[in-house]
Design a protein. Structure first.
Length: 372
């Protein structure tokens, strides 16, 4: 079949990691842009990307890109795309998107124009003027950045950060895609012990275990494109079998979480059980001042409370000073700590070996990495 073009949006700062992931699953023509990575492949690539990518927010089919400064430009550009190849006469095709720094800034108007253009194209193809939209859902997404329009079809449905294991979460949970990125950037080994002294609902620990065992994050969920007759069910079956065969159950990786709230330990274990990694997780109830791991080497990856969220700034900085005292600089230990506080290093007590700018939602943060 013709090579398909794809787009995988991601949190800002994760484009390089996502590009590496795509190359590992044998995607073609991988090229990173701000907030997304473009790539090419076939139906197997589509299914594999949905199942296996840890840092992508979703997988979209990229139907086309063009410049539009007027609604007529937008209408004609969308109408020229081959919608009949993807949307059946009974399928539903809702439209969502965003616009930034562009002449066409009204989202509702853009949605209406795009919908009308797709209907016009499909009406001419199917010879009908009314679409009931009672069949499979084929969601249309658009982005307009500096008048450059990209038009996509969403193959994922619910965002890929929704792995299926976290029905409940702590008060200030970290997104699963960001948690996976933090683990990957801290570079655990197959036999590492991963610690999180502010574990909350266990997201960082669970993502660490899934990564170490090479468990595809999408194995326990379904995707929008699975409801399309266009993609053979055998493609999804083969890719799920491939992902299952790739799991590395022989690794000795384990993780240890602690939290002041004992209810968080129970929640983290429940989530780990849903994710299939509960046997890798140990939980304790403890304050950060009592953090004293008993292994000769290990990795700490953590998301301590921020002043902007759960604590005021001075309380957060007191916490950082406590962390600096118990997270000693010693051989065999690595630390990855995310914080929006530009003065984190000052209060932690030493400069990071590496600093990586990341976004936790809309909040600009740094991941402070200590390797030495």
């Amino acid at each position: 079949m013709t090579k398909l073009q794809f787009c995988a949006p991601c949190l800002f700062g994760l484009e390089g990691l996502l590009s590496d992931e795509l190359r590992k699953i044998e995607a073609q023509d991988v090229r990173a842009e701000n907030g997304r990575v473009l790539f090419a492949g076939d139906f197997h690539t589509l299914a594999r990307a949905n199942l296996c990518l840890r840092t992508a927010e979703r997988v979209e089919l990229l139907l086309g890109s063009f410049v539009a400064k007027t609604f007529e430009d937008l209408f004609q550009g969308v109408k020229a795309l081959p919608w009949e190849e993807w949307i059946g006469k009974q399928d539903a095709f809702p439209v969502k998107g965003w616009s930034l720094n562009s002449a066409l800034h009204s989202i509702p108007d853009c949605q209406s124009i795009i919908k009308k253009a797709v209907v016009d194209r499909l009406s001419a193809h199917y010879g009908i003027g009314w679409f009931e939209e009672i069949g499979a859902t084929v969601p249309i997404r658009f982005s307009i950045l500096k008048d450059e329009v990209s038009v996509m079809i969403d193959t994922s449905g619910v965002g890929l950060h929704k792995r299926g294991y976290r029905a409940n979460a702590s008060e200030a949970p970290i997104k699963e895609t960001l948690a996976a990125a933090m683990v990957m950037l801290t570079r655990p080994y197959d036999d590492s012990v991963l610690y999180d002294p502010f574990c909350g609902s266990g997201t960082l620990l669970i993502e660490g275990a899934l990564h170490a065992l090479n468990v595809a994050p999408g194995l326990k969920r379904r995707f929008m494109a699975e409801g399309w007759n266009l993609i053979p069910a055998a493609v999804w079956q083969q890719e799920r079998t491939r992902a299952m065969d790739a799991i590395r159950r022989e690794v000795t990786f384990r993780c240890v979480g602690s939290d002041l709230n004992p209810a968080m330990g129970e929640l983290a274990l429940a989530n780990a059980k849903k994710a299939g990694v509960a046997n890798r997780l140990q939980m304790t109830t403890a304050d950060i001042v009592d953090f004293a791991p008993d292994t000769p080497r290990g990795i700490v990856v953590t998301n301590p409370p921020y002043g902007e969220r759960l604590l005021d700034i001075e309380q957060a900085r007191t916490l950082y000073r406590q962390m600096g005292r118990v997270m000693e600089q010693k051989p065999g230990w690595r630390y990855g700590i995310i914080s929006p506080d530009e003065e984190f290093q000052k209060h932690f007590g030493r400069d990071a070996d590496k600093k990586r700018k990341l976004y936790n939602g809309m909040l600009k943060c740094n991941l402070y990495l200590y390797f030495k």
